[in-house]
Design a protein around this ligand. Structure first.
Ligand SMILES: C[S@@+](CC[C@H](N)C(=O)[O-])C[C@H]1O[C@@H](n2cnc3c(N)ncnc32)[C@H](O)[C@@H]1O
Length: 258
């Protein structure tokens, strides 16, 4: 019998349900079509089969479908996939939704494009798990396929890091966000305190934050070639003013090209 893996923070469905309005405000949905248009301009996929890995409530999946792609959205959180289904129905788009862990989802040579958007990588305690995710993406791409990842990069974090920030959301929720960088500047430990109607609830989660070079190395180790880094989806250089870490990585047409 396979060993049961220990529960990690992202396995807690209540985390995604209770932070939903904070994590996925309407303006993020409104921004998705433009983000996807820009992502496509950078990735230039050669075909129309797309995987949105860690699709959440389907922001980018729906935008990709509206841009003419056949889309598969994969996510482990049923609550978010239900939101995605409802939004896709409303948008009259046909999307395949798959409830799966990104460590396990692999569909050999099925896609021309894989996107992984909005810091949906680096969640695992074991570094080998991140490696496995990239190997799965690589295996799921057709030869000539392309992967685009978009996340908060370590260089950006170093510039904007503040141990505590606070904000009031549109629905009146007060959010106090505490951050700690640990494990030799490789991991970001977060504590979010959301205060609603006088009641405070605390959510803790952590993730590995990659520098541009670290992400490039990981992608190349997984087999990708021709990895280009950008500082945002507009395609600006990954330099001192980078707002995001965007990586575009290719699977060579033939294995010999590696
Ligand atoms: C920050 S959200 C981003 C969602 C989406 N990519 C977007 O741009 O709106 C991260 C997503 O990763 C999903 N996720 C977390 N751990 C996962 C895992 N182990 N396997 C698959 N999905 C996971 C969560 O359910 C959530 O939808």
């Amino acid at each position: 019998m396979p060993a049961r893996r220990k529960k990690e923070w992202f396995d807690n469905d209540a985390f995604w349900r209770e932070t939903y309005s904070f994590m996925f405000p309407e303006d993020q949905f409104a921004a998705a079509p433009e983000q996807v248009e820009k992502a496509l301009a950078l990735a230039k996929p050669g075909g129309k089969d797309a995987l949105d890995l860690c699709c959440g409530p389907g922001r980018c999946s729906i935008a990709l479908a509206e841009a003419g792609f056949r889309v598969t959205g994969v996510d482990r959180t049923k609550f978010l996939l239900d939101k995605a289904r409802a939004r896709a129905r409303k948008a009259r788009t046909q999307i395949e939704w798959v409830e799966a862990d990104m460590r396990n989802f692999v569909r050999p040579e099925a896609f021309d494009l894989v996107v992984n958007m909005w810091t949906s990588f680096g969640y695992f305690d074991e570094k080998d798990d991140d490696r496995r995710v990239l190997q799965n993406i690589y295996a799921s791409l057709r030869p000539g396929g392309v992967c685009l990842m978009e996340m908060l990069g370590k260089e950006r974090l170093a510039r904007i890091y503040q141990p505590t920030t606070s904000d009031v959301l549109a629905d009146g929720t007060r959010a106090i966000l505490c951050h700690e960088i640990v494990d030799d500047w490789t991991r970001l430990r977060n504590e979010w305190i959301l205060i609603r109607q006088g009641r405070a609830k605390t959510y803790r989660f952590h993730l590995t934050i990659y520098s541009g070079q670290e992400l490039r190395d990981r992608l190349e180790q997984a087999g990708f070639t021709d990895v280009t880094l950008y500082g945002n989806l507009d395609g600006e250089v990954y330099g001192p003013d980078a707002q995001r870490l965007v990586a575009v990585a290719h699977k060579a047409m033939s294995a010999d090209a590696r």
